[in-house]
Design a protein around this ligand. Structure first.
Ligand SMILES: [Zn+2]
Length: 184
């Protein structure tokens, strides 16, 4: 059976369920943040690789290919303990804990060591492809990059596979794949 991919408008987790007839009118409850609405209120969660990334005609200059990591994929973050996959969008993505007010764009868990707005990942389009920048936003709680604490006001370039620790929660920056939280 074919799957429908949706992105929760509240916490931005990618969700999937079986494409039954008339699913658009089905009430879908996000298992992560418990947002509840008809399926057609959720955003489409297409997972076509690079589909919403850089223009396909953007080419690496040949002398540079292989010398640096080129990305056309906006990427996603994967939360280790909840297995949430949240697609990133071009521009600013603030990540934090699940909250009713002052919430982040991407909400992961309700861990008390996680700030409501804990860190920011900027997805930037350059001539050489997509870049991911980790931006420190004066969070009360610590942020580690690949195990090492980052400093106030740091802006650091991220590659796919990098691990970020927010409080006690590990998340990975990854290429977009088809992982999604299954709705039953
Ligand atoms: Zn949600």
């Amino acid at each position: 059976m074919e799957k429908v991919f949706l992105v929760c408008p509240s916490c931005r987790t990618r969700l999937s369920f079986a494409a039954v007839a008339g699913y658009q009118d089905k009430i879908v409850e996000c298992p992560i943040c418990h947002f509840k609405a008809k399926a057609n209120v959720y955003q489409g969660g297409n997972v076509a690789k690079g589909g919403n990334g850089a223009d396909s005609q953007t080419q690496m200059p040949t002398q540079l290919s292989g010398a640096m990591q080129s990305k056309n994929d906006l990427g996603q973050i994967r939360v280790v303990n909840t297995k949430q996959c949240c697609p990133l969008k071009l521009g600013t993505n603030v990540i934090g804990r699940i909250a009713q007010s002052g919430k982040a764009d991407i909400q992961i868990t309700n861990d008390p060591y996680m700030s409501r707005r804990h860190l920011q990942i900027d997805v930037v389009k350059t001539n050489y492809g997509i870049e991911h920048h980790l931006v420190e936003i004066n969070s009360k709680n610590i942020i580690k990059l690949n195990g090492a604490p980052i400093n106030r006001n740091d802006i650091l370039k991220l590659n796919f596979g990098y691990k970020l620790t927010l409080g006690i929660i590990d998340i990975y920056l990854e290429e977009t794949d088809e992982e999604a939280t299954q709705i039953v």
